[in-house]
Unconditional design. Structure first.
Length: 238
């Protein structure tokens, strides 16, 4: 390091100017991050669909996922405490301080809403699974009955009674046609059973994913509320 570089680093005026410039830049970026967070927060809520549990649950999760940007913004804005701040900025900081309290209350109140919507979605998922189980049971019954079927009238009964299809079967002329139709029905019923089981498995996967997201987002909302309350108290106490 040469003499000129030593002189710059040891000069208090140059050091303070550099520090103020760096702090000002970081704080401005923090204000921009906070503005982006608020814009995104409002955009996520609009349009409101408060009677839709799936929308409420997904919106709840989206708001929790955005919190890291908010915390980064507060860390950057309050870097250096009051060093180098002007009077106008002091007033702005008081508003931002109370914003932390308001947001903390919002994230705290979102927790019971998240739990309620989780329960509503789980109930809906359970009802859908029950309906699929009933359909799968009907298909299995139809498969069992189809094995002993020998006449057109028996095939018609399976269609209407076991599968809920009242469409009449075209008149069959001989036992070979009955056998052919029976084989076709066996294939159709087997394919239907596979699709129903795939739908049931998909619903079970949705249920598991719903539970995982619920735990993650509710804990995230709780931690966010606690940290926002801490930020508010820490800034008010200084």
């Amino acid at each position: 390091m040469n003499f000129h570089e030593n002189n710059v680093h040891n000069h208090p005026i140059m050091t303070n100017t550099s520090t103020l410039w760096t702090l000002a830049l970081i704080r401005v970026i923090g204000y921009v991050f906070l503005a982006f967070f608020l814009f995104d927060f409002i955009d996520t809520l609009i349009p409101l669909r408060l009677t839709n549990p799936n929308w409420e649950f997904q919106t709840f999760g989206a708001l929790v996922e955005k919190v890291p940007v908010l915390f980064l913004a507060y860390a950057m804005i309050y870097l250096g405490r009051n060093f180098g701040r002007k009077r106008l900025e002091q007033f702005l900081l008081s508003l931002i301080t109370w914003l932390a309290l308001i947001l903390g209350l919002i994230y705290l109140l979102m927790i019971p809403i998240g739990i309620i919507n989780t329960n509503r979605l789980l109930t809906l998922n359970h009802q859908q699974l029950l309906q699929l189980d009933i359909q799968i049971a009907q298909v299995k019954k139809a498969q069992t009955n189809l094995k002993t079927t020998k006449t057109q009238s028996e095939l018609q009964q399976i269609l209407s009674r076991d599968l809920g299809n009242n469409s009449p079967i075209p008149k069959l002329e001989n036992p070979e046609q009955v056998k052919t139709l029976k084989n076709r029905l066996t294939t159709v019923i087997s394919d239907g059973e596979v699709k129903l089981k795939e739908q049931a498995q998909s619903l079970r996967d949705v249920r598991l994913e719903l539970l995982k997201k619920s735990v993650k987002w509710n804990l995230g909302s709780l931690l966010s509320a606690v940290l926002l309350f801490y930020i508010w108290r820490a800034i008010k106490a200084k």
